[in-house]
Ligand binder design. Structure first.
Ligand SMILES: [Zn+2]
Length: 241
Protein backbone atom coordinates (compact mmCIF):
# COMPACT_ATOMS: atom_id res chain seq x y z
CA UNK A 1 0.00 0.00 0.00
CA UNK A 2 1.27 3.45 -0.95
CA UNK A 3 -0.24 6.68 0.25
CA UNK A 4 -1.26 9.38 -2.21
CA UNK A 5 1.47 11.14 -4.15
CA UNK A 6 0.43 13.21 -7.10
CA UNK A 7 3.44 12.32 -9.22
CA UNK A 8 2.88 8.58 -8.82
CA UNK A 9 -0.92 8.67 -9.00
CA UNK A 10 -0.96 10.86 -12.12
CA UNK A 11 0.25 7.77 -13.99
CA UNK A 12 -3.03 5.99 -13.27
CA UNK A 13 -5.30 5.73 -16.33
CA UNK A 14 -8.22 7.08 -14.28
CA UNK A 15 -6.35 10.05 -12.72
CA UNK A 16 -8.19 13.27 -13.60
CA UNK A 17 -6.10 16.41 -13.39
CA UNK A 18 -9.21 18.53 -12.69
CA UNK A 19 -9.59 16.58 -9.42
CA UNK A 20 -5.97 17.07 -8.29
CA UNK A 21 -6.82 19.45 -5.43
CA UNK A 22 -9.63 17.20 -4.22
CA UNK A 23 -7.30 14.17 -4.20
CA UNK A 24 -4.85 16.09 -2.03
CA UNK A 25 -7.52 17.17 0.42
CA UNK A 26 -9.11 13.71 0.62
CA UNK A 27 -5.69 12.09 1.15
CA UNK A 28 -4.94 14.59 3.90
CA UNK A 29 -8.21 13.66 5.63
CA UNK A 30 -7.50 9.93 5.11
CA UNK A 31 -3.76 9.68 5.75
CA UNK A 32 -3.62 5.87 5.74
CA UNK A 33 -5.56 5.38 2.52
CA UNK A 34 -3.87 3.89 -0.52
CA UNK A 35 -3.25 6.52 -3.24
CA UNK A 36 -5.12 4.57 -5.91
CA UNK A 37 -8.10 4.32 -3.58
CA UNK A 38 -8.03 8.08 -3.00
CA UNK A 39 -8.27 8.63 -6.76
CA UNK A 40 -11.15 6.23 -7.52
CA UNK A 41 -13.06 7.42 -4.47
CA UNK A 42 -12.79 11.11 -5.35
CA UNK A 43 -13.71 10.35 -8.97
CA UNK A 44 -16.88 8.84 -7.51
CA UNK A 45 -17.42 12.06 -5.51
CA UNK A 46 -17.06 10.20 -2.20
CA UNK A 47 -15.30 13.29 -0.82
CA UNK A 48 -18.69 15.05 -1.09
CA UNK A 49 -21.86 14.66 0.97
CA UNK A 50 -24.34 12.11 -0.33
CA UNK A 51 -27.34 13.68 -2.08
CA UNK A 52 -25.55 17.05 -2.09
CA UNK A 53 -23.55 16.66 -5.29
CA UNK A 54 -25.87 15.57 -8.08
CA UNK A 55 -24.46 14.40 -11.37
CA UNK A 56 -27.07 13.86 -14.08
CA UNK A 57 -26.77 10.42 -15.68
CA UNK A 58 -26.91 10.53 -19.47
CA UNK A 59 -26.16 6.87 -20.24
CA UNK A 60 -29.17 5.25 -18.59
CA UNK A 61 -29.23 2.39 -21.11
CA UNK A 62 -25.60 1.40 -20.63
CA UNK A 63 -24.97 -1.97 -19.02
CA UNK A 64 -22.43 -0.22 -16.82
CA UNK A 65 -24.57 2.76 -15.79
CA UNK A 66 -23.89 3.97 -12.28
CA UNK A 67 -26.87 5.20 -10.28
CA UNK A 68 -26.31 5.98 -6.62
CA UNK A 69 -26.56 8.86 -4.14
CA UNK A 70 -24.42 11.06 -6.42
CA UNK A 71 -25.53 9.97 -9.88
CA UNK A 72 -29.19 10.68 -10.67
CA UNK A 73 -31.26 9.63 -13.66
CA UNK A 74 -33.38 12.27 -15.45
CA UNK A 75 -37.00 12.37 -14.21
CA UNK A 76 -38.34 11.07 -17.54
CA UNK A 77 -35.91 8.15 -17.88
CA UNK A 78 -37.37 4.73 -18.69
CA UNK A 79 -35.57 1.74 -20.22
CA UNK A 80 -36.91 0.92 -23.67
CA UNK A 81 -36.76 -2.88 -23.56
CA UNK A 82 -38.72 -3.86 -20.46
CA UNK A 83 -40.04 -7.43 -20.37
CA UNK A 84 -41.48 -9.48 -17.54
CA UNK A 85 -39.98 -12.26 -15.46
CA UNK A 86 -41.93 -13.70 -12.54
CA UNK A 87 -44.60 -11.16 -13.57
CA UNK A 88 -42.35 -8.15 -12.86
CA UNK A 89 -40.76 -5.70 -15.34
CA UNK A 90 -37.03 -5.61 -16.00
CA UNK A 91 -34.72 -5.19 -18.99
CA UNK A 92 -34.57 -8.18 -21.28
CA UNK A 93 -30.87 -8.85 -20.55
CA UNK A 94 -31.68 -8.88 -16.83
CA UNK A 95 -34.62 -11.23 -17.37
CA UNK A 96 -32.55 -13.70 -19.44
CA UNK A 97 -29.81 -13.81 -16.82
CA UNK A 98 -32.29 -14.03 -13.97
CA UNK A 99 -34.12 -17.00 -15.55
CA UNK A 100 -30.84 -18.85 -15.97
CA UNK A 101 -29.99 -18.21 -12.32
CA UNK A 102 -33.45 -19.21 -11.10
CA UNK A 103 -33.31 -22.46 -13.10
CA UNK A 104 -29.82 -23.29 -11.83
CA UNK A 105 -31.00 -22.68 -8.27
CA UNK A 106 -34.02 -24.91 -8.84
CA UNK A 107 -31.84 -27.71 -10.20
CA UNK A 108 -30.00 -27.64 -6.87
CA UNK A 109 -33.23 -27.61 -4.86
CA UNK A 110 -33.43 -23.86 -4.13
CA UNK A 111 -36.42 -21.64 -4.75
CA UNK A 112 -35.42 -18.17 -5.96
CA UNK A 113 -37.95 -15.64 -7.27
CA UNK A 114 -38.17 -11.89 -7.83
CA UNK A 115 -39.97 -9.68 -5.32
CA UNK A 116 -39.23 -6.30 -6.96
CA UNK A 117 -37.63 -5.23 -10.23
CA UNK A 118 -37.99 -2.10 -12.41
CA UNK A 119 -39.59 0.83 -10.61
CA UNK A 120 -40.48 4.15 -12.21
CA UNK A 121 -39.34 7.38 -10.60
CA UNK A 122 -42.97 8.11 -9.61
CA UNK A 123 -43.27 4.72 -7.91
CA UNK A 124 -40.05 5.38 -6.03
CA UNK A 125 -41.39 8.77 -4.94
CA UNK A 126 -44.45 7.09 -3.43
CA UNK A 127 -42.32 4.42 -1.74
CA UNK A 128 -39.87 6.94 -0.27
CA UNK A 129 -42.66 9.22 0.96
CA UNK A 130 -44.44 6.27 2.55
CA UNK A 131 -41.32 5.47 4.62
CA UNK A 132 -40.91 9.16 5.46
CA UNK A 133 -44.22 9.12 7.35
CA UNK A 134 -42.67 6.82 9.98
CA UNK A 135 -39.02 7.86 10.11
CA UNK A 136 -36.74 10.86 9.46
CA UNK A 137 -34.93 11.10 6.09
CA UNK A 138 -31.60 10.22 7.72
CA UNK A 139 -33.05 6.80 8.67
CA UNK A 140 -35.08 6.22 5.50
CA UNK A 141 -31.99 6.96 3.39
CA UNK A 142 -30.26 3.88 4.82
CA UNK A 143 -32.78 1.53 3.26
CA UNK A 144 -34.64 3.36 0.49
CA UNK A 145 -33.33 5.41 -2.43
CA UNK A 146 -34.71 8.83 -3.16
CA UNK A 147 -36.61 9.07 -6.47
CA UNK A 148 -34.22 9.26 -9.43
CA UNK A 149 -31.35 7.69 -7.48
CA UNK A 150 -32.56 4.09 -7.38
CA UNK A 151 -30.88 1.33 -9.37
CA UNK A 152 -34.35 -0.14 -9.83
CA UNK A 153 -35.04 2.63 -12.38
CA UNK A 154 -32.47 1.08 -14.72
CA UNK A 155 -34.27 -2.26 -15.12
CA UNK A 156 -30.93 -3.90 -14.27
CA UNK A 157 -31.64 -4.36 -10.55
CA UNK A 158 -33.82 -7.04 -8.98
CA UNK A 159 -34.70 -7.92 -5.41
CA UNK A 160 -34.86 -11.68 -4.97
CA UNK A 161 -36.56 -13.79 -2.36
CA UNK A 162 -36.14 -17.35 -1.17
CA UNK A 163 -38.60 -19.85 0.22
CA UNK A 164 -40.06 -17.24 2.63
CA UNK A 165 -41.79 -14.46 0.62
CA UNK A 166 -40.36 -10.92 0.86
CA UNK A 167 -36.92 -9.91 -0.39
CA UNK A 168 -35.73 -8.98 3.06
CA UNK A 169 -36.35 -12.52 4.27
CA UNK A 170 -33.80 -14.09 1.94
CA UNK A 171 -31.14 -13.97 4.66
CA UNK A 172 -33.34 -16.28 6.75
CA UNK A 173 -33.58 -18.88 3.99
CA UNK A 174 -31.06 -21.29 2.41
CA UNK A 175 -31.41 -19.28 -0.78
CA UNK A 176 -29.51 -16.34 0.78
CA UNK A 177 -26.13 -18.12 0.86
CA UNK A 178 -26.84 -19.77 -2.51
CA UNK A 179 -27.44 -16.39 -4.17
CA UNK A 180 -24.37 -14.90 -2.50
CA UNK A 181 -22.15 -17.76 -3.70
CA UNK A 182 -23.57 -18.14 -7.20
CA UNK A 183 -25.08 -14.92 -8.55
CA UNK A 184 -21.80 -13.81 -10.19
CA UNK A 185 -21.93 -16.85 -12.50
CA UNK A 186 -25.01 -15.30 -14.12
CA UNK A 187 -23.77 -11.71 -14.41
CA UNK A 188 -25.14 -10.38 -11.13
CA UNK A 189 -23.40 -8.69 -8.23
CA UNK A 190 -24.64 -8.09 -4.71
CA UNK A 191 -24.63 -4.33 -4.81
CA UNK A 192 -25.06 -3.50 -1.12
CA UNK A 193 -22.67 -5.58 0.94
CA UNK A 194 -22.05 -4.97 4.65
CA UNK A 195 -18.39 -4.11 3.93
CA UNK A 196 -19.26 -1.13 1.72
CA UNK A 197 -22.05 0.63 3.62
CA UNK A 198 -19.89 3.74 3.86
CA UNK A 199 -19.51 3.83 0.05
CA UNK A 200 -23.09 3.05 -0.93
CA UNK A 201 -24.87 4.72 1.98
CA UNK A 202 -27.21 1.72 2.25
CA UNK A 203 -27.44 -0.91 4.95
CA UNK A 204 -26.54 -4.38 3.67
CA UNK A 205 -29.16 -5.80 1.28
CA UNK A 206 -28.59 -9.51 0.63
CA UNK A 207 -31.60 -9.50 -1.71
CA UNK A 208 -30.59 -6.68 -4.09
CA UNK A 209 -28.83 -7.85 -7.23
CA UNK A 210 -27.53 -5.73 -10.06
CA UNK A 211 -26.93 -7.13 -13.54
CA UNK A 212 -23.53 -6.07 -14.93
CA UNK A 213 -22.85 -8.99 -17.30
CA UNK A 214 -20.76 -12.07 -16.64
CA UNK A 215 -17.42 -10.61 -17.70
CA UNK A 216 -17.65 -7.92 -15.03
CA UNK A 217 -19.29 -10.00 -12.30
CA UNK A 218 -16.73 -12.81 -12.70
CA UNK A 219 -13.84 -10.34 -12.77
CA UNK A 220 -15.09 -8.52 -9.67
CA UNK A 221 -15.24 -11.87 -7.89
CA UNK A 222 -11.75 -12.82 -9.08
CA UNK A 223 -10.30 -9.46 -8.03
CA UNK A 224 -12.34 -9.50 -4.80
CA UNK A 225 -13.64 -6.00 -5.48
CA UNK A 226 -16.77 -5.35 -3.45
CA UNK A 227 -18.14 -2.11 -4.88
CA UNK A 228 -19.24 -1.38 -8.44
CA UNK A 229 -18.09 2.19 -7.82
CA UNK A 230 -14.49 1.01 -7.47
CA UNK A 231 -14.55 -1.56 -10.29
CA UNK A 232 -16.21 0.77 -12.76
CA UNK A 233 -13.77 3.56 -12.11
CA UNK A 234 -10.65 1.40 -12.25
CA UNK A 235 -11.55 -0.99 -15.05
CA UNK A 236 -14.49 0.25 -17.12
CA UNK A 237 -14.16 3.99 -17.60
CA UNK A 238 -13.20 4.71 -21.18
CA UNK A 239 -14.69 1.42 -22.37
CA UNK A 240 -18.33 0.84 -23.26
CA UNK A 241 -20.01 3.27 -20.88
ZN1 LIG B 1 -33.43 -3.45 -4.45
Amino acid sequence: MKTYEEKECSKLSFFRSENAERYKEYAWKNPHMDGEEVVWRVNNNLDKEKYAYDVSVSNGNSLFVLVNKYFKLPDDYCPSDLVEADGLPMRSITADAYRRMRDAAKAEGFSVSVSSAYRSIDEQKQLYNKFLKDAPASEVDKTCARPGYSEHHTGLAIDVQGSIPGGRNIAKTPEGPWVRENCHKFGFILRYLPEIVEITGYDAEPWHLRYVGETVSMDMKAKQIKSFEEYRERFLIGKDI
